[in-house]
Write a protein that binds this ligand. Structure first.
Ligand code: FNR
Length: 218
């Protein structure tokens, strides 16, 4: 099956216009068929040894969101102390989550023992299963964008808060907590870029030929 030029353009449009969304969530619920498509796309991510280690916990209860938001506030306050001076003030001014505003939270997990202890492709690099669940996150994020749904990844929460709130056993790794919903707008550039936190690197500075560049070895 070949991808037509129009289909190719739609994929690139989706990739380049995907954003991490923390504000401007609309309360409209996500229709079941839309959510099903997004989750099916996530489930079709690549995975080491085809182990498909992910699960998706859908969170719509207000009490759960409130608990996770409390966890964010605590971790956010701790994080602010790690920055200094102007950087600290800038960090504190950012909106870094939409936990309560987004109609849906999705917790993506990784069951590292899903298909037994020896997994094809994980033998030399044990973290490959975690990376597989991250591939599912990326599929979800892009499929959501194609459905005009915003997604915001919130990692400023200790695992224990999410584990306790969603009853996730210790044997399961927590990969991501995502805030999902329709949004007022998708900005052209990342929030952190617009705020002057960091610029986007030139793609050419990340691409090297044949070996690690001499100049940045240290
Ligand atoms: C693993 C991981 C974890 C987080 C993020 C991303 C990823 C990949 N990002 C979003 C991040 O800030 C954002 O992706 C970049 O700033 C680039 O912006 P766009 O995603 O292109 O809009 C993110 N954003 C935020 O507001 N709070 C958060 O806790 C996190 N955590």
């Amino acid at each position: 099956m070949n991808i037509s030029p129009e289909e190719r353009d739609a994929v690139y449009k989706t990739i380049f216009s995907r954003r991490d969304v923390r504000r401007e969530f609309k309360p409209n619920p996500i229709p079941h068929d839309v959510l099903d498509r997004v989750l099916l796309a996530a489930h079709h991510a690549p995975s080491v040894g085809f182990m498909q280690p992910w699960d998706f916990i859908l969170v719509s209860k207000r009490e759960s969101k409130t608990q996770i938001k409390q966890g964010f506030l605590q971790a956010h306050a701790e994080a602010a102390e790690l920055f200094e001076g102007e950087r600290k003030e800038q960090y504190k001014s950012f909106k870094l989550e939409g936990i309560e505003e987004a109609p849906l939270g999705i917790c993506v997990t990784c069951d590292r023992s899903r298909t037994g202890s020896i997994v094809l492709g994980r033998t030399a690099k044990p973290e490959m299963d975690l990376f597989s669940s991250v591939c599912a996150v990326q599929n979800l994020w892009l499929a959501a964008r194609a459905e005009n749904l915003g997604v915001g990844w919130v990692s400023i929460v200790h695992d224990k808060v999410i584990r306790d709130t969603l009853n996730i056993p210790e044997s399961i790794d927590i990969i991501a907590y995502l805030c999902v919903g329709y949004v007022e707008e998708f900005h052209d550039t990342p929030d952190l870029e617009r705020a002057g936190w960091l610029p986007r690197r030139d793609a050419s500075s990340a691409i090297h030929y044949e070996s690690w560049p001499e100049s940045s070895k240290e």
